[in-house]
Design a protein around this ligand. Structure first.
Ligand SMILES: [Mg+2]
Length: 183
């Protein structure tokens, strides 16, 4: 049976935004990130990290440096994730898999047998929100733990302080639907 997923942006959402992180020594998991992943896994969601990494395309860091940072990120998170997808393109390169393109989410759905209509995305930028909508996800959640300008207009279905609050909202949505289908 196809599983629902929660797609997480990485930088500014699960890991502190430091701007083109190229050094594992600068990796710092955000408060609530590990709990969020643990709770959602426990509720049956696949956990998929989807991250734009234009720092590679811009020549700020290499693919190997990205991999080293990501390894440290996963180590500090301390919770398994099902998969990570990253888009290394420079923003001016077309075609692009970068969010708000749904490309990485669609790849994950095909490879992991995911139910996109029951899936969610959590991120700190409008590109994350847009990727969720473009992929046909159930809802897009904007978190204020990254670089978000909280006064800006957002297309998000919900705005959360950080990953913990985002996870609780997702679990509430699921409970509401389960209750409705049992009624
Ligand atoms: Mg981000």
């Amino acid at each position: 049976m196809r599983r629902p997923a929660v797609f997480f942006d990485r930088d500014g959402t699960l890991m502190r935004e430091v701007g083109y992180c190229s050094d594992p020594a600068h990796v710092e998991i955000l408060p609530g990130a590990a709990e969020a992943v643990k709770w959602l896994r426990g509720a049956g969601f696949a956990i998929v990290v989807v991250t734009n990494q234009s720092g590679i395309g811009r020549g700020f860091y290499t693919d190997a440096q990205f991999q080293a940072v990501h390894e440290e990120f996963l180590r500090q998170l301390g919770e398994p994730v099902d998969a990570t997808y990253y888009a290394p393109e420079h923003p001016e390169v077309e075609p692009s898999r970068r969010k708000p393109s749904p490309a990485m989410l669609l790849e994950a759905a095909a490879e992991l047998d995911l139910d996109l209509a029951e899936s969610f995305i959590v991120g700190d930028r409008e590109g994350d929100v847009g990727a969720g909508h473009n992929a046909g996800c159930r809802a897009s959640i904007l978190v204020l733990s990254g670089i978000t300008d909280r006064t800006a207009e957002t297309a998000a279905d919900f705005v959360a302080e950080g990953p913990r609050e985002a996870a609780l909202w997702i679990l509430d949505q699921r409970e509401a639907r389960n209750a409705a289908s049992l009624a």
